[in-house]
Write a protein that binds this ligand. Structure first.
Ligand code: PEP
Ligand code: MG
Length: 835
């Protein structure tokens, strides 16, 4: 068997480096090394003899195992899996033995060019770590023509020998902080570009330059002199490039702090309290539980070496793909430090030394998860032993990867074993599903180092009335587990060491607030009228029938927003029409005659529905989301509309469309509703409203109101898009204030536009739940507020204390302000003036 093969071109076209591929997974070499071809022919030929070991069901990609063991993946076009097979005709089956030049897949080059982001066809060797690639063609190639790429199996006679380097030289490490994760990742990138074995020697130790962990473990500091040894076909070029990379300084190595340390009040506080952004108001006294300390219990033994190795490879690829996306997204946002850190995580994931260690443990009988944890821990110990603070910090990066790979292997971490009563849960960040797994009755408060006030965990906290602080910074992660803390989320602080007197006073205040809430609850069912007699509808934001019932118990006048994406989340495929119908009917039934505004699926952006074939976006918040997703996937929208149209009685249903940007979107959906209703033999149509969540919709409110039955303002997104501040960014959380005068002006414009056509305007974003904002919204002319169920009594009580005429007058001054701080200051002044 020959250890070296040369591939023939599978297509005619232009050969390009992988970096030209508009997909980070391929371009970053995560699927292996190789090249890409911009095709001019439409029959994919076998580039060598071998066996078809994988053929995708959609016929757009296959893997061919060559006689020297190289696994050559041929992938036609980018994101072509989404075409569902349309345009591809496989000519071979899995398991077939093929000869070089044999036709493998025919494809409709024009049709695919129209529907896929790129036709670039990738030729990569998926096990390239065990191979040496050389002589990559570039420029025009002819289908079937030889000399595309040479692949030599590792261990073949010409493999470069690490033990016998052909050249070496020394360099001084110029990187700030020495060879920590990011410079090591950079060196790894250099090493991977060459057909050469590169080792770096320091203090009598030698490290493979393709291994980030081995490089870090050298402990080479800034200014240290290291020796580079190079061997193999491109030894001289590789040596020169590595010396240059070592001697080119990169900036300071404290980037993780830039990611995790948000701009928060904590830094600015002069007392001993820790500051944060209020995500859900309230006060709590409780026991600190650090979520990060909860370690998953893993089975030590696996289910067979092969199965565990496959699982490990898959999990690593899955995490690599996710991290690669984060790198690209961070880079697109201009978050350089963040993208560099995740870039270093990518390099760690691809680290041959870590992988080999984990695979070695699997071969010893460990489960993949246990083996990976063991490999990470082993590496962490090496770093900690180096007595270098900067390298020791990298242990956190390794831990992060350990968690992600284990989650990929076993699914998201399971429910927490136990929480003590009155737990104040402290975590770096939390996903909505992690939050909902916590036992509510034991959760007194939530404190996150990261997060933002309008992300979905915050929304859930408000819905569940869990006092929460977000974007509180790393200091909260250093709180002692088991200690008693006092938190006033409404005021944005946590006291880590309250005195006994303070604790007693806090407990007293909590009891008084609870008693006040009880009294409010008793009056909640009555309508909310201002002092001058204007009725304001106070409805609830909910996600399911249980919350609908809770909303009724809290006195809600109806449901102002049912977010249907929660029906679609945390599952592997979309709910069918019957399931959607049942879930929504249960909500209507729980409302005891009240109306429900049900929003169509708002997938995309920060609301991920992984199984929907949404294209990867450089900037998801500005990509396919909301109604755009619905219109791009008519089958999903139709099934939801049909489910809604089959509810009874339709008179109690209002359909709401998310992320409308102009009239045509509303008209398209209205026409589709008419068509479906006709098909279903319905004479009645539910009311149809649009969300005002982007400035264009607010600016076109008058035109939208001419065709919509009502407008509902999503202030979470309207603030995000007006201020161009990511609602999920911890660094911006404190500045993402819907009381910004620019947002107020858009709300005013919306109400003015709606009035011209006699339509009403509601607010269903988090702003409606902010008691300080209630008089402002009323003054602007909003007549419906949709808030978290638990806050209905309080919001109603607030409305009952307001004079609408006074609110209107006050709003005129607010609209003239130039900052949210000025708006809040005026509001406070008015508030103290009234009391
Ligand atoms: C909003 O944007 O204010 C809103 C209510 O929608 P969501 O928070 O679900 O994006
Ligand atoms: Mg929104």
């Amino acid at each position: 068997m020959s250890a070296t093969i040369t591939l023939a071109a599978p297509l005619s076209g232009l050969a390009l480096p992988l970096s030209a591929v508009p997909d980070p997974v391929f371009a970053g070499g995560m699927m292996g090394a190789g090249l890409a071809i911009e095709p001019l022919s439409s029959t994919l030929l076998a580039p060598c003899a071998g066996e078809i070991v994988q053929l995708s069901a959609t016929g757009h990609a296959l893997t061919l195992r060559a006689v020297n063991g190289a696994e050559v993946l041929l992938h036609i076009g980018i994101d072509t899996v989404q075409l569902g097979g349309a345009g591809f005709t496989p000519l071979v089956a899995r398991g077939a033995q093929v000869v070089c030049g044999q036709p493998l897949i025919e494809f409709d080059i024009d049709a695919i060019a129209r529907r896929a982001p790129s036709l670039l066809t990738v030729v990569v060797v998926s096990n390239s770590d065990a191979m040496t690639l050389s002589d990559c063609a570039s420029g025009p190639v002819q289908a079937g023509g030889a000399g595309l790429l040479t692949i030599r199996a590792a261990g073949a006679s010409q493999a470069p020998a690490a033990a016998a380097p052909s050249c070496s030289d020394s360099a001084r490490v110029a990187h700030d902080g020495g060879l920590h994760a990011r410079p090591s990742a950079l060196l790894q990138g250099v090493a991977r570009r060459f057909d050469a074995q590169l080792d770096i020697e320091f203090n009598g130790q030698r490290a493979n330059a393709r291994s980030v962990t081995a490089l870090m473990a050298l402990g080479a500091g800034e200014g240290d002199r290291v020796t580079v040894h190079a061997g193999g076909a491109q030894a001289a070029e590789a040596l020169a490039a590595m010396l240059a990379a070592l001697e080119t300084a990169t900036a300071a190595g404290h980037a993780p702090a830039a990611v995790t340390a948000p701009v928060t009040a904590s830094a600015a506080r002069s007392d001993d309290k820790l500051g944060g952004v209020c995500a859900a108001p309230g006060m709590a006294v409780g026991t600190v539980v650090l979520l990060a300390q909860q370690e998953r219990v893993l089975d030590e033994h696996g289910h067979g070496i092969e199965a565990e190795l496959v699982a490990l490879t898959r999990a690593l690829a899955q995490v690599q793909q996710a991290v690669a996306q984060e790198v690209v997204q961070a880079a697109a946002r201009g978050a350089r430090a963040e993208s560099e850190i995740f870039g270093a995580h990518l390099a760690l994931l691809d680290d041959p030394q870590l992988q080999q260690a984990a695979e070695g443990f699997v071969r010893d009988g460990c489960s993949a998860a246990f083996a990976y944890r063991r490999a990470i821990r082993q590496q962490s110990e090496v770093l900690l032993a180096l007595d270098n603070a900067l390298l020791a910090e990298r242990v956190a990066d390794l831990k992060d990867l350990e968690r992600r790979v284990i989650d990929a292997l076993l699914g998201e971490a399971p429910e927490l074993a136990e929480l003590p009563p009155q737990a104040v849960v402290v975590a770096d960040d939390l996903t909505p599903s992690q939050l909902t797994q916590l036992p509510r009755e034991r959760l007194a408060a939530l404190v996150l180092a990261r997060g933002g006030a309008s992300n979905h965990v915050a929304i859930l906290c408000r819905a569940l009335a869990i006092p929460s602080l977000v974007a509180a910074g790393d200091a909260v992660l250093a709180l002692a587990a088991g200690s008693t803390v006092w938190l006033d989320a409404s005021d944005g602080w946590l006291d880590p060491a309250p005195t006994a007197a303070n604790l007693a006073a806090a407990r007293q205040q909590i009891a008084e607030r609870e008693a006040r809430r009880d009294s409010l609850r008793r009056h909640a069912a009555a309508p909310a009228r201002t002092l001058d007699g204007v009725a304001i509808e106070v409805a609830a934001n909910i996600v399911n029938a249980a919350e609908a019932a809770e909303a009724v118990r809290h006195g809600a006048d109806g449901v102002g927003l049912l977010r249907t994406e929660f029906l679609f989340a945390h599952r592997s495929d979309a709910p069918d029409e019957a399931e959607q119908r049942a879930a929504c009917q249960a909500v209507l039934d729980a409302l005891d005659g009240r109306t429900a505004i049900i929003r169509t699926l708002d997938a995309g952006g920060d609301k991920e529905v992984p199984y929907l074939p949404l294209p990867p976006e450089d900037n998801p918040a500005l990509g396919l989301r909301g109604i755009r997703t619905g219109l791009a996937m008519p089958a999903v929208l139709d099934s939801q509309l049909r489910a809604l149209l089959s509810l009874t009685p339709l008179s109690r249903l209002r359909i709401l469309l998310p992320m409308i940007t102009d009239l045509s979107e509303l008209q398209q959906v209205r026409a589709r509703i008419d068509e479906l209703a006709r098909e279903m033999g319905l004479s009645e149509r539910p009311q149809l409203g649009v969300m005002i969540e982007v400035p264009s919709a607010a600016l076109l409110a008058e035109q939208l109101a001419a065709h919509a039955d009502f407008l509902s303002i999503g202030t979470n997104d309207l603030t995000q898009y007006t201020l161009a501040m990511d609602r999920c960014s911890p660094a911006l959380a404190a500045r993402l204030d819907p009381l910004h005068p620019a947002v107020l002006r858009l709300i005013e414009l919306t109400v003015r536009g709606a009035r011209q056509h006699g339509k009403w305007v509601g607010v269903c974003g988090a702003m409606a739940s902010d008691l300080a904002a209630v008089p402002v919204l009323l003054g602007l002319g909003v007549t419906e507020l949709s808030v978290s169920p638990a806050l209905v009594p309080e919001v109603k009580a607030c409305v009952r204390q307001l004079q609408l005429a006074q609110c209107r007058e006050q709003v005129q001054a607010l609209l003239q302000q130039s900052s949210p701080q000025a708006v809040r200051a005026l509001l406070q002044l008015a508030d103290t003036g009234q009391h």
